[in-house]
Design a protein around this ligand. Sequence first.
Ligand SMILES: [Mg+2]
Length: 419
Amino acid sequence: MASERSIFLIDGQSFYASVEKAARPDLRDKPVAVGDPARKSGIILAACPIAKARGVTTAERVGEALAKCPDLVVIRPRMQTYISISLLITEIYESVTDQVEPYSIDEQFLDITGSISSYGSPEEIARQLQTHVHVATGVWSRVGIGPTKILAKMATDNFAKKRPEGIFALTFDRLEEDLWPLPVHQMFMVGSRMTRHFTRMGLTRIGDIARLELGEFKRRMRHEMRKQSDIQAEYYWQTARGIDPSPVVPGIRNKLKSIGHGKALRSQLYRKLEDIEVVLLELVVEVCRRSRRHGYMGRVVSVAAAGTDGERSSWFSRQTTLPHPSSLTHEVAAAVHKLFVEHWTGLPVGRLSVTLTELSDDDVFQLTLFEDRAAAYRIERAADKIKDRYGSDALMRASSLLESGVARERAAQIGGHYK
Ligand SMILES: [Mg+2]
């Protein structure tokens, strides 16, 4: 097929742990994991291959990992460093194609269709990038290659990660031999719940789904799920056949569609509205500050909250449209507060987030502001400058000094991890 694309999904092996080992040559032959060494109940975020060979697994407790591997070196995560290295890796990929889409901190999609004539075959390009990234960052890359994003992803997860050379190509004409014999839980987006459904339906291999006629698969899914499930059925059937028209979308990091911020809380501490309000305000402060920094105002404000008392749990996500686009703290905070009070069921809150969407450039609105809003903007921007220079804890609202304030703690963290 002349129009067939060539797409990579490149994954960094043990990403955080590899970055740490590159920074500490003395740890080269030691088992290394990333997690909080001071909290035995915290989780292992990444483990190097030596640690994995000794039984350490990602997402287990630090204490459990140390019990299995007493000489494990546990290093506190440095998220800011990992983000910088992830961006550096994006730049390396951009040396062969401008079509690079970050998928997670250690996974990126590349469309190299246009690069094949100048840089070699897909496998040759994959090897060049592997070497380049390894030399520059110490991270070993696994490269899945496919004609669609979904096949590139499944080539990485099911094949490239398991091969010493770290490269594997799935092609449409060999799907039957390569992908279809795999158990159904190895298909992308199939978790334990769907695996149980498929097993009950007698579909144990990916090929069992792919070989069915779509109408028949939809009928059997409806019967199994006891509800309308045609959209889901179509998604899984296409995945099994590697069908995925979605393009690699470059530069997604520059095109913000929303600005949001969330926080996981210890729910036993957040039972009272007055305590939750403090966190809501902190989230609004951060979201508004980031909006202003990017030059945006948002028209729609959303609040999401999840709560549990140990027995019951509940969550909601609600949004409201502001009378005019805004990134002013007091305006967004008023909307957030109203939404929360209207929809909170009263259960202790374990997770909160605030998001601003329908973004527009704020320079257009500067001209049409009434004087009181213009004055409010001048004050907030002055505060932004101080925070930009001295850190976000330089100017904290008084409420954050109360016990329930988490902003100070978070100022030293990024994404819930330490800088
Ligand atoms: Mg990885």
